[in-house]
Design a protein around this ligand. Structure first.
Ligand SMILES: [Zn+2]
Ligand SMILES: [Zn+2]
Length: 440
């Protein structure tokens, strides 16, 4: 069934839909999406992924009461553009309003963002006031054959035109990379890879980490003008060693680990990393990924994969009881945050990118005060992270390129008939990341 031949506003398409209150996934025929606003784009979905954060809705923990099409990770082809595209009035707007074409291959971040308001211009695209999450009551999701993308010119990433995004790679290399990449690999850009890169970047660029990275004590590490040391004692090797914890080794945790290893290796910073998960199969996946990462992405450090209890002992041994410089909390659960607090040092930073629910945080004000701890929370501005995530995707095809191997993040690509079973298996930790092919 080819897209353009069958796409018509009067027709029906297949979609994976969630029904309240919980654990109810159905594959249904629903109407085709239509252009509702001049900035809309209609995309024919080639692949759509199942994500850990879909489970919050699946289990009925999100407070959502309305049925909707699932999924916020998708890649596809533009089949229809609203009237904003190619118009003279597109001048001064994001470039895609001028040059996005029918037939272009696009990947979308998991939220819509306008790309042109104050918030988006600063790069905080995940919190655009006009934003919405795909696969929610506010916006139908990508686990369908077709999807409407509002504010497409600000939201989409045009994989057919590498001149439309910034990159550390020359444009020819970007274009060359794209021809060799599987759609399943490029789909990692929709959420998990930018979110992993975001967690790593926030930790390494946090002011609390600056003394270790610059080799100068707080607060002299922030001053360009101060040279030499006064009454301070010289740093030892131990002082320049970053100790990092990663709590949660699902696909995002693994992306965060690969990203932080790459950054440390590029900057030749010495490190010790402890990667932690409750589930043995996820720990095994992390070990396989670490083994698959080439020497150019590992640098000079120690990397261990642990259970929770092992991690506490490991960090104590490594740091003489002081704790980790930074801890990445990738789970979005109170227990994971409590563990991050246990592991982090005084004057340390916790970066939390997991989706937390309505519970109070498991930390008292006194605990936060007593450790001088910095808490950095929230959703990844995925669209803004795409250029950095794309460069890492190119560099690390050794782990981001495969499907169904020991070291690949994606376990399998299945048809819609297996949707309900896959949600169930994913919920029970029996399968890792699954991708749906709506045309299979
Ligand atoms: Zn996701
Ligand atoms: Zn905006």
């Amino acid at each position: 069934m080819s897209a353009n031949a069958t796409f018509s506003p009067a027709g029906q398409q297949k979609a994976i839909r969630w029904y309240p209150p919980s654990y109810d996934i159905r594959v249904e025929s629903i109407p085709f999406p239509t252009i509702q606003d001049p900035d809309d784009v209609i995309v024919k979905v080639k692949l759509a992924a199942l994500c850990g954060s879909d489970l919050h809705v699946y289990r009925g923990h999100s407070g959502i009461e309305k049925d909707h099409t699932c999924g916020h990770e998708f890649i596809g082809e533009v089949i229809e553009l609203g009237s904003s595209y190619g118009a003279v009035s597109a001048k001064g707007r994001p470039a895609l309003y001028s040059n996005l074409k029918v037939g272009d291959k696009v990947v979308s971040p998991f939220t819509v963002n306008c790309g042109e308001c104050h918030v988006c211009r600063l790069g905080y695209t995940g919190r655009c006031p006009e934003g919405a999450l795909f696969g929610s009551p506010a916006l139908e999701g990508g686990q369908a054959q077709f999807i409407r993308v509002p504010k497409g010119g600000g939201t989409l990433f045009n994989l057919s035109n590498p001149s439309t995004w910034s990159s550390g790679l020359p444009q020819e290399d970007r274009a060359k990379a794209l021809t060799g990449f599987a759609d399943s690999s490029l789909l990692l850009l929709a959420d998990i890879l930018p979110t992993g890169v975001f967690a790593a970047l926030q930790a390494l660029n946090h002011p609390k980490v600056a003394p270790v990275i610059t080799g100068k004590p707080w607060p002299l590490c922030f001053s360009q003008d101060v040279v030499g040391l006064g009454n301070e004692v010289d740093f030892t090797q131990e002082d320049k060693l970053l100790t990092i914890g990663i709590v949660g080794l699902g696909p995002v945790g693994i992306c965060a680990a690969v990203s932080i290893l790459d950054a440390l290796s590029t900057r030749q910073l010495p490190y010790r990393i402890v990667a932690i998960d409750l589930v043995e199969s996820r720990r095994d996946k992390m070990k396989a990924v670490y083994a698959a990462v080439g020497a150019d992405g590992k640098g000079n450090g120690e990397f261990v994969v642990c259970s929770v209890e092992e991690a506490k002992i490991q960090v104590k041994e490594w740091t003489n009881g002081v704790g980790c410089t930074a801890v990445l909390e990738i789970v979005g659960h109170a227990d994971a945050l409590a563990l991050a607090y246990d592991l982090v040092r005084a004057f340390g930073v916790i970066v939390s990118v997991g989706v937390h629910g309505g519970d109070l945080l498991p930390l008292t004000g006194r605990q936060c005060y007593n450790k001088n701890v910095s808490l950095d929370f929230g959703r990844c501005p995925a669209r803004a992270m795409f250029p950095l995530a794309f460069d890492l995707l190119v560099k690390r095809q050794d782990v981001f390129g495969g499907v169904g191997t020991e070291a690949s993040l994606i376990d399998k690509i299945v048809d819609f008939k297996q949707a309900a079973a896959c949600y169930d298996e994913f919920d029970k930790n029996k399968v890792g990341k699954v991708i749906f092919d709506p045309w299979k």
